[in-house]
Design a protein around this ligand. Structure first.
Ligand code: IMP
Length: 195
């Protein structure tokens, strides 16, 4: 079984990635790989740049195959924002709830049909050389509601409405989310590339 280190400190993402890929690979968190206090500054202008930065930083420490996820929310009415700033939308160290409040206030009085958004996930994969990074992108389209619904998932899931199922990602629950999400789609491309 192939082993990869996941270059992410985000526990929720790590759980999702383990659930999606877990039966086929051994996925070690940075903590499990012995990198517990490792800070990576995400200052890239694109998801690809940030994912690469995470993957390269961790690969240079441990010299093992690494996957890194950089993801975020792009809202049409906000010109694609918050994009790479999604985690810090309401400020450095903002909580998920503070970020949602900021998003809802930016979209106040905007009608439903103008609240289109997409989640983007870019997986950067380094197998044996930091000069050879492979990228896999997944997107999930939906709409931002004007209130929270549902309790599962993380981040912006309670306000991200998936029209096909008429529910937010937080109402759909992780099993369904993991068949339609941006992360699932990027990981599926990654998985297929290894076959
Ligand atoms: P990153 O850790 O820098 O990639 O930040 C990702 C940001 O996007 C965080 O604010 C996450 O909460 C948010 N995000 C990424 N993926 C998801 C998701 O699947 N659901 C909800 N929010 C997400």
């Amino acid at each position: 079984m192939k082993t990869f280190v996941l270059a992410s400190q985000n526990k929720h993402k790590a759980e999702e990635i383990k659930k999606i890929l877990g039966s086929n690979f051994e996925i070690k968190t940075m903590y499990e790989a012995g990198l517990s206090n490792f800070e990576i500054i995400e200052d890239g202008n694109t998801f690809e740049e940030n994912a690469a930065k995470k993957a390269v930083s961790v690969f240079n420490e441990i010299n093992m195959p690494v996957i890194a996820d950089d993801s975020g929310l792009c809202v049409e009415h906000l010109g694609g924002a918050p994009g790479v700033h999604t985690a810090r939308f309401a400020g450095e160290n903002a909580s998920d709830s503070e970020n949602i409040d900021k998003l809802l206030s930016e979209l106040k009085n905007v009608p439903f049909e103008k609240r289109a958004a997409k989640f983007v996930c870019v997986i950067a994969f380094i197998e044996n050389s930091a000069d050879n990074i492979k990228y896999f992108r997944g997107e999930c389209s939906g709409f931002i509601l004007d209130e929270r619904r549902g309790i599962s998932g993380f981040g912006y899931d309670p306000v991200f409405y998936y029209k096909e199922y008429e529910k937010t990602l937080a109402e759909l629950g992780e099993d369904v989310k993991n068949t339609i999400s941006h992360r699932y789609k990027a990981l599926k491309k990654f998985y297929d590339s290894l076959k």
